[in-house]
Design a binder for this molecule. Structure first.
Ligand code: IMO
Ligand code: MG
Length: 423
């Protein structure tokens, strides 16, 4: 079985924990898009690991982790992540980590461009500042540098020279910044190339061959459906296809080899960065849930915005990703509330919307229509069987299933590996 996990809100749904749990039973785990803008948290005992580029399965010895061509790699961040893990006793040998030579590389000018463009914008996106957007932009404008280029001094030289000729002019004339030095970047990135070389392989043929041998593969989505460059709340999105469509283009595994998609959601909603968020809480209640759910960005440490579960959003994500099941994370954060709201529609200028609208004006200004369900007082934290959940918690889950037209198969009831219900 080849399974995809897709974040079905605005990221940070708890994909790291879910992947950690599911990957134990899979042979290979693959990242297919995004870069080190992602922050996937895995808690093992009293240790907390945050993965940005490495698949969250790396903690399971003997499992293979793969970074597909759709991912953009900041080699400095990648090597630091590997080094940090090794310091903590987790070995990352070349036979456990495969990186596509076709991945585009985040360059120093991408990171700086990211923050300079943000500063100039009237409507800031609130990016993670990791250079993700500018790197994907160069990929599409066909001036990007790929991992395989770092292993070829002549090609790297030509591409970097071309890039700096253009970029240095933009930096000095548009942004009043000083020039980048060719030699510094060239030598720095050649050195990264040497260090990454042992991991580089043709991921597309590797994965298809392994699938021919009946190996099972788990695809780890980063970000979420509403940060998707096409289907998300554009322009407040990231620069990749975060949905299931990104798997084929981001790995070279054809869609026909994907068996199932799991939509991963939080029991409520969060968002980091700017952009519309119809079910966002008022500031007082936001503080309560943020504190309880420890809602601070795993990559940038920014406080996450929090709100009620939005079934319009998630239903759309279920459709776009063909999700056959749902994983609901952080249910325990809702423990102890008198009432819980579920958004089932939007209202704007007298029109009721039952499907996620395209018009930005509507998404940004609509008033959510809520169904109220009763909360529960008994703690759900650590509950591992569905029958032991409080009656109202089960009612909440079952209400969501009705609205989303898909079954809930996994329910996370805490940060630990063991705190999960398999239904
Ligand atoms: P995981 O994988 C939540 C958001 C940023 C910003 C927008 C664009 O942990 O769920 P970018 O740096 O990608 O150009 O920023 O996307 N963003 C995320 N929000 N979780 C993430 O990843 C995110 N990665 C990017 O906050 O609003
Ligand atoms: Mg995250």
């Amino acid at each position: 079985m080849n399974v995809v996990v897709i974040g079905s809100q605005w990221g940070d749904e708890g994909k790291g924990k879910l992947i950690d749990v599911l990957s134990e039973k899979k042979d290979i785990t693959v990242r297919f898009q995004g870069g080190n803008n992602a922050g996937h948290t895995v808690v093992v005992g009293d240790k907390v690991y945050i993965f940005h580029l490495l698949p969250s399965a790396i903690l399971h010895k003997g499992k293979t982790c793969v970074i597909g061509n759709g991912v953009v790699i900041d080699p400095k961040a990648l090597l630091e992540e590997i080094e940090d893990l090794e310091k903590r006793g987790i070995k990352v040998p070349a036979k456990r980590l495969k990186i596509s030579g076709l991945c585009h590389v985040v360059m120093p000018y991408h990171r700086i461009m990211d923050s300079l463009r943000e500063k100039k914008r009237q409507n800031k996106i609130g990016t993670t500042g990791r250079g993700i957007g500018p790197c994907y932009a160069d990929k599409v404008t066909r001036c990007g540098i790929r991992v395989i280029d770092l292993l070829n001094p002549r090609i790297l030289k030509e591409k970097l020279e071309d890039n700096l000729r253009e970029k240095n002019e933009i930096f000095s004339k548009v942004f009043g910044q000083k020039d980048f030095d060719f030699g510094d970047i060239y030598h720095e990135y050649l050195d990264y190339g040497k260090k990454i070389a042992p991991f580089v392989c043709n991921v597309a043929t590797y994965l298809n061959d392994e699938m021919d041998q009946k190996k099972s593969v788990l695809f780890e989505g980063a970000q979420g459906t509403f940060l998707d460059i096409d289907f998300g709340t554009y322009p407040f999105v990231t620069s990749s296809n975060t949905g299931v469509g990104g798997v084929a283009s981001g790995t070279g595994v054809p869609p026909t080899r994907i068996n199932r998609t799991i939509a991963c959601v939080k029991a409520y909603t969060t968002r980091v960065g700017e952009g519309p968020f119809p079910t966002e809480f008022d500031s007082k209640f936001m503080e309560v849930i943020r504190t309880k759910g420890k809602e601070f960005g795993a990559t940038t440490g920014r406080p996450r915005r929090c709100g009620w579960f939005d079934s319009l959003l998630v239903r759309y994500s279920v459709i776009l990703n063909g999700a056959s099941e749902l994983a609901i994370m952080k249910l325990d954060v809702l423990d102890g509330l008198d009432e819980i709201q579920i958004c089932t529609g939007y209202e704007y200028k007298g029109v009721t919307y039952k499907e996620f609208p395209m018009d930005f004006d509507v998404i940004a200004n609509a008033k959510p229509i809520y169904q109220t369900v009763k909360g529960w007082k008994e703690p759900t934290q650590g509950v591992t069987s569905y029958s032991k959940l409080p009656k109202n918690a089960k009612a909440y889950i079952e209400r969501l299933e009705k609205l989303l037209k898909v079954g809930v198969k996994y329910i996370s009831t805490g940060t630990k590996r063991s705190e999960i219900i398999f239904r």
